[in-house]
Each structure stands twice: as C-alpha cells, then as structure tokens.
Design a protein around this ligand. Structure first.
Ligand code: SF4
Ligand code: SF4
Length: 269
C-alpha cells in the first residue's frame, strides 16, 4: 500500500502560543492580561473589599441552628424507628435480615419466640404477630452510614428511617440505641404488648393491613394483665412495652432489655 503521507507534513500541529503545558512562564495564558492594565493593578488590593461591601446589602442567609433547625428533605435518611401495627403489636419479627444487609455491621438483633401461654401460667407473652419477635435490637450510630440498606431488607416494614439527625454525643455508649429507644411510641388507641393477636386473624392478616385498632378482647386482656401486676412489675416496663422513641432522649432508663454493655455489640462500640 502506498504511503499517502509521503511529502506531507505529519508533524503535530504546533499549539497556540502559550497554551502548551510547560511553556515558558512568560508565554502562559494570563501573563499578558496581568501585565497590562495599570488601573486594574492599582485597585487589585482593594478589590476584595468591594466584594465584602456588596455582600453587606444582600439578604442574610444565616441558619439559626439549633434554635430553628432547617427542615430536611422528605426522604432524608435519619434515625431509625421500629414500627408497630395499629393495635400496638411490634412489626419486627426478629429475622435479622437487616443486620445481615448492613454493610457497616451496625445492627444487632436477637430474636425470641412469642409465647401464647397465659401469663399466670408462666407465659412470656406475645409482642408481634407470628412466631418470633425482636427481643434485642440495637443500632450502633458510631458505625451507621445511613445508607438505608437495612430498610430495604426488612420484610415487614418494621424498620424505617425518620428525619431526625441530631445524633452527636460525647459518650460513645449513648450512640448505641437500644430497642426501647428505637421503638415507635404508642399512638392513641394502641395497647402496650404483650397481648394476643386480633381474634381470628393470622400473621398474614396483619401484613395485609386488616388490623386497624385493638379489639375488645385485646383490651380486656391488657386490662386484666395490668390489674394483675402493680406498677413495679416487669411488664410495666417490659420488653417492647416502652413508648420511649423520643428523638434525642439518650438518657432513658432502660427496661429489662439487655443494655449495650451486656451484649457482644456493647463490647465493641
Ligand atoms: S442505614 Fe446502612 S449502615 Fe445504617 S444500620 Fe442501616 S444498613 Fe447499616
Ligand atoms: S427490623 Fe425487619 S429485617 Fe430487622 S429483624 Fe426486624 S423484621 Fe427482620
């Protein structure tokens, strides 16, 4: 094949004067600009004051935090919350899928069996529909990166994220949130677990939204339960019975849940 470059200038095009990297300092762009203009050089030292002066007449954009916290975006990833069904039973079934999905190993879950044996016969009660519930639930906010993967993994929508973001503390232990801190507070009409499921309904009925409020039988059960125990009884502040999810309330007195220091997570905050 004939070489069609014969006789032609195939050398790289010469770059524009001053545009080549490594060009002499006096050939670089801007040198000419800087070297000319006596007036601009004369006023250059005070040019910054011009910016300051013009800013004085602009609208102040100071955020008055923490007196007036700025609202977050609606889907902001903040502190987690463990949700309840409309009758008050917990949505968490202790499956640990959230803990397995967490890339930062920030979640600790220990499930336990619900127990429908009457309390006066030694039963431990029912805290969620179905077979199991989350007996221990902790999120370590020293590790959490707020990615939301745990939310995606949860099969019952028990775990969601709130818009609360004030999660700073000077005590590392207080940034391991326990179940009583993460549980959604009891809304009006909800009953504090443990108590049986709605009469005649199954676990799947709860998932399908067929429960809207406690039944008369559930109310009667809880009334009888509370009447049988005085205020100091374990069930008055028992597992899953504390509507304590007040954002920022780090100094809550914990219930009979194991504290962070009593678990393997607490040993490695
Ligand atoms: S938001 Fe991400 S890092 Fe935080 S607990 Fe959930 S999965 Fe783990
Ligand atoms: S929060 Fe959801 S994923 Fe995590 S243990 Fe409870 S039910 Fe399972």
């Amino acid at each position: 094949m004939a070489d069609d470059t014969v006789g032609k200038d195939v050398s790289p095009k010469s770059p524009a004067r001053g545009s080549e990297v490594g060009a002499p300092r006096d050939q670089r762009p801007g040198q000419d600009d800087r070297s000319k203009g006596f007036l601009s050089e004369l006023f250059a030292p005070v040019a910054g004051f011009g910016v300051s002066f013009s800013t004085m007449f602009r609208k102040v954009a100071t955020e008055e935090y923490p007196e007036k916290p700025r609202p977050t975006a609606p889907r902001f990833h903040g502190r987690h919350q463990l949700n309840r069904y409309p009758d008050g039973l917990e949505k968490c079934i202790g499956c640990e899928l959230c803990a397995w999905a967490c890339p930062a190993d920030a979640i600790l879950v220990e499930g336990a069996d619900n127990d429908d044996t009457p309390l006066d016969q030694g039963g431990k009660g029912r805290f969620s529909p179905g077979e199991r519930y989350g007996r221990v639930y902790q999120i370590n906010y020293l590790r959490c990166i707020f990615c939301g993967l745990c939310i995606e993994a949860c099969p019952t929508r028990a775990l969601t994220m709130t818009n609360f973001y004030e999660l700073a503390d000077n005590d590392r232990g207080k940034l391991i949130f326990t179940k009583d801190q993460l549980l959604a507070p009891l809304q009006s009409g909800m009953l504090p677990p443990p108590f049986p499921m709605s009469d005649g309904l199954e676990e799947r009925d709860y998932y399908q939204g067929k429960v809207s409020e406690p039944t008369a039988a559930q109310r009667a059960y809880v009334d009888a339960r509370d009447a049988a125990h005085d205020e100091d009884d374990a069930y008055a502040g028992g597992p899953g019975n504390v509507g304590a999810a007040v954002p920022g309330a780090h100094d809550l007195v914990h219930s009979t849940h194991p504290t962070a220091a009593e678990t393997r997570e607490g040993a490695n905050p």
